[in-house]
Design a protein around this ligand. Structure first.
Ligand code: IMP
Length: 426
């Protein structure tokens, strides 16, 4: 019996993981996030209402408990704001548990994120400017402030003072005014007071829940190409969105993971800078962007659009050990006469089927496509795979063939009902 499922992004993030995790969470008892912070953004339609979530796992609408794991970096102000928005709409947030080992994002992280991007000029990463990178840097530099320390006013005060002294020296190098200790301390003490009741040892609780037979869903943020190790470094985020990070970022053994569902768009999108071999800078790209409403949830930036890239999704299968694929936004492609799928790259006259490690090489990769006929029918109300137009069925089967991962779900619209289930998970 499946007890644990991981949901990961198999492209550049924004694959629609929120919809799938929200759907799967109706079968799970517990939903856990294990990396990243409020750089992530899910739009979830629940009971005909749209919700935007950045930090809180999508399971908040249905699961018994939702966990913010130790691998996350948490902006307390943003978290409280998100809780308030949900509460105002009648959603109970008392089921949230926050790891005492997760790291806190403070105003100086955000300031540094902006300054560093500015300094990098045309080499900028295109971050979400939420302070994610600088907070992870502090974690690995062993000067970060963990949630468990944050809720202890004495330790928080001491560490904040030391860190701020160092950061203010940095700000002076950037010709920026220093940040005021008292202002931050007083404001964040109040956030700590609000969040304290939610803080716990999440690894310990998850272990107990697992032993009691609870079903656990792990929700990844971002996607494989933004993984700090396996993505298009340096145009990546500062954590590991791939499934291997579940074990570290939630504090559970890797042997406890039963299924890994990769969420994939029927095409590709990317926000921020960096090479993108299958990018479409033409009217087809505009058509997909409009139909798919491809604008960032966090920053509102228009997303870059491209054809489906089988090399990248295969890399995701390899790194994350995908056991199933969930294809999203298939309906967006309706109306296109011909569809292209990238099956390999050409690099220096050679065919390769992996993503090269350097940006220099990656930006020289030209995609090798196969073409398939499209379909014109509206597929948004279809409930069975066999009812899809034949060309749409063939497109899905081709993705399966290219990636070597069985397709378990196909999404044909934003609503939870607009999901074709091929294999039941959980
Ligand atoms: P950061 O995570 O804010 O440091 O941004 C680093 C890179 O990851 C930038 O290219 C961002 O646009 C991208 N990124 C971060 N989070 C997401 C996400 O949830 N979806 C898509 N792109 C993201």
């Amino acid at each position: 019996m499946t007890k644990t499922v991981v949901v990961v992004g198999t492209q550049w993030g924004d694959e629609g993981k929120g919809k799938i995790t929200e759907y799967l969470s109706s079968k799970a008892n517990i939903v856990v996030r294990y990396q990243g912070g409020n750089n992530a953004g899910h739009t979830i339609v629940f009971k005909q209402e749209k919700f935007k979530l950045n930090l809180i796992p999508s399971g908040i609408f249905r699961a018994e408990k939702v966990y913010l794991g130790n691998g996350m970096v948490i902006n307390p102000k943003a978290l409280i704001e998100e809780m308030k928005v949900l509460n105002r709409k009648g959603i109970d947030t008392s089921s949230i548990r926050i790891s005492n080992r997760a790291h806190v994002i403070l105003p100086y992280h955000i300031e540094l994120d902006c300054l560093q991007e500015e300094l990098k000029a045309d080499q900028k990463v295109g971050t979400t400017k939420k302070g994610i990178g600088p907070a992870y840097v502090d974690k690995y530099d062993r000067i970060g402030i963990r949630i468990g320390e944050f809720i202890d006013s004495e330790i928080f005060g001491e560490k904040l003072q030391i860190n701020l002294a160092e950061k203010n020296k940095l700000f002076s190098l950037y010709n920026k005014p220093p940040l005021c200790f008292q202002e931050i301390y007083q404001e964040y003490l109040e956030y700590a007071r609000i969040l304290k009741p939610y803080v716990t040892d999440t690894s310990y609780e998850l272990d107990e829940a697992y032993r009691l037979g609870k079903k656990i869903l792990f929700e990844g943020a971002q996607g494989i190409m933004l993984d700090i190790d396996h993505g298009t470094y340096p145009f990546v985020t500062s954590s590991n969105p791939s499934a291997g990070a579940v074990s570290i970022g939630a504090g559970i053994g890797p042997n406890l993971i039963d299924e890994v569902v990769g969420v994939v768009k029927a095409y590709s999108t990317r926000v921020g800078e960096g090479a993108f071999p299958t990018e479409l800078k033409d009217e087809i790209g505009d058509y997909i962007r409009d139909r798919g409403n491809e604008y960032g949830t966090v920053t509102g930036r228009p997303r870059r659009i491209g054809w489906f890239d089988g090399v990248i999704v295969s890399q995701s299968r390899r790194v994350s050990g995908l056991t199933g694929l969930s294809i999203n936004l298939l309906d967006v492609l309706s109306g296109l006469k011909t569809l292209k799928l990238c099956v390999a790259y050409e690099l220096a006259g050679e065919e390769i089927k992996y993503v090269p490690a350097t940006i220099k090489e990656f930006s020289k990769c030209t995609p090798k496509y196969i073409e398939m006929p499209g379909w014109s029918e509206d597929i948004t109300q279809i409930k069975q795979f066999s009812e899809l137009p034949l060309n749409a069925q063939n497109y899905v089967k081709k993705i399966e063939e290219i990636t070597k991962v069985p397709v378990v779900m196909v999404s044909v619209g934003p609503d939870r009902e607009q999901t074709i289930i091929i294999k039941t998970i959980f």
